[in-house]
Design a protein around this ligand. Structure first.
Ligand SMILES: O=c1[nH]c(=O)c2[nH]c(=O)[nH]c2[nH]1
Length: 311
């Protein structure tokens, strides 16, 4: 035979596992991207196609989710060690397991004192904003008469690990989605807002830095504090809160992908996976629902383009 097999490895890459742990009303989140690569006595599957030594990549994926539920995720390292040992120690042909983990870290969203439901706590215990700064955007247009200032942000990723439901929707012959009374709500906010300042003489220029910081704060707090029956409702609350709190803003538009987190079915492994006990979720990246809408001050003109994601 003129060829021989060299180094080889296989496994399921990029298992996006999210584990919520509930401690009363305080939730903890671990959000990992886990890639499994196994190697060992695997010549035959390459030479002849015999799968006798192959632990399916699908099984390695299931193991990641089942282990998250069974053992929790203490740290990326501890979780990786647990998995690596398992594959090698329980499966004879597998001699080496390499587990790679990326961890996405989340901060808690600070609450507003004004919201009585959360008085006493500094943070909403189930609301998170992903670490890493969002990108701030601005577009200024001047036609010789009026200045129009659009400010915005993109890449602001937020998550509520409870207080989100989705039910009561239209059901037709193609509907398979189950109604959900306790789901994760997560989105990556793109938002553009229009100031009513036009540069007219004698009208005070807004403090752009303060306006941005406050607008973002109000949007985050509305996200955290809204008991959500749909992402559409949450979006509207975020816009309404920003406009009601910031007199300089007349219009705000959002583009918000629904970053789906699917509860993993662990029944085949004899495990329950209920939100109430702290569940394990698959964070799916596509396809995703895309929810977009404008919120206006009553009487204001709608001027922000519908497709403003590349402003
Ligand atoms: O908040 C939601 N809004 C929807 O319109 C929708 N559609 C869907 O399948 N899931 C969701 N969630």
């Amino acid at each position: 035979m003129p060829t021989i097999l060299g180094q080889n490895q296989y496994g399921k890459a990029e298992n996006r596992v999210v584990k919520i742990t509930r401690e009363g009303d305080t939730h903890h989140i671990k959000d990992l991207n886990v890639s499994v690569a196994l190697s060992g006595d695997l010549d035959e599957v390459h030479y002849s196609g015999s799968n006798a030594h192959v632990l399916p990549t699908d099984t390695t994926k299931n193991t990641v989710f089942a282990f998250a539920k069974e053992h929790g995720i203490e740290s990326a390292e501890a979780f990786g060690i647990l998995l690596a040992r398992h594959f090698v120690d329980s499966c004879e042909p597998i001699r080496t397991a390499r587990i790679r983990v990326e961890e996405y870290t989340w901060d808690r969203i600070a609450t507003s004192d004004a919201n009585s439901r959360f008085i006493g706590a500094d943070e909403v215990q189930h609301s998170f904003v992903r670490q890493g700064q969002e990108t701030r955007t601005a577009q200024i247009t001047y036609d010789g008469e009026n200045v129009e200032v659009l400010s915005g942000l993109k890449g602001l990723t937020v998550l509520n690990s409870t207080n989100s439901e989705f039910w009561g929707y239209i059901k037709d012959r193609y509907t398979t989605l189950r109604e959900d009374y306790d789901r994760i709500l997560a989105t990556e906010v793109t938002s553009v807002w229009r100031h009513n300042w036009t540069g007219a003489e004698g009208v005070r220029t807004p403090n752009w830095e303060k306006s941005y910081a406050q607008s973002k704060k109000h949007m985050l707090q509305a996200f955290a504090e809204t008991y959500s029956l749909s992402l559409q409702q949450t979006l509207y609350q975020m816009g309404a809160r920003a406009i009601n709190s910031r007199p300089e803003i007349d219009e705000i538009r959002f583009s918000m992908p629904n970053k789906h987190h699917f509860k993993v079915d662990l029944e085949p492994f004899g495990m329950k996976n209920e939100a109430a006990d702290g569940a394990v979720y698959l964070a799916a990246d596509r396809p995703y629902g895309l929810i977009e809408a404008t919120v206006l001050r009553d009487g204001a003109e709608a001027r922000i383009p519908f497709d403003m994601t590349n402003l």
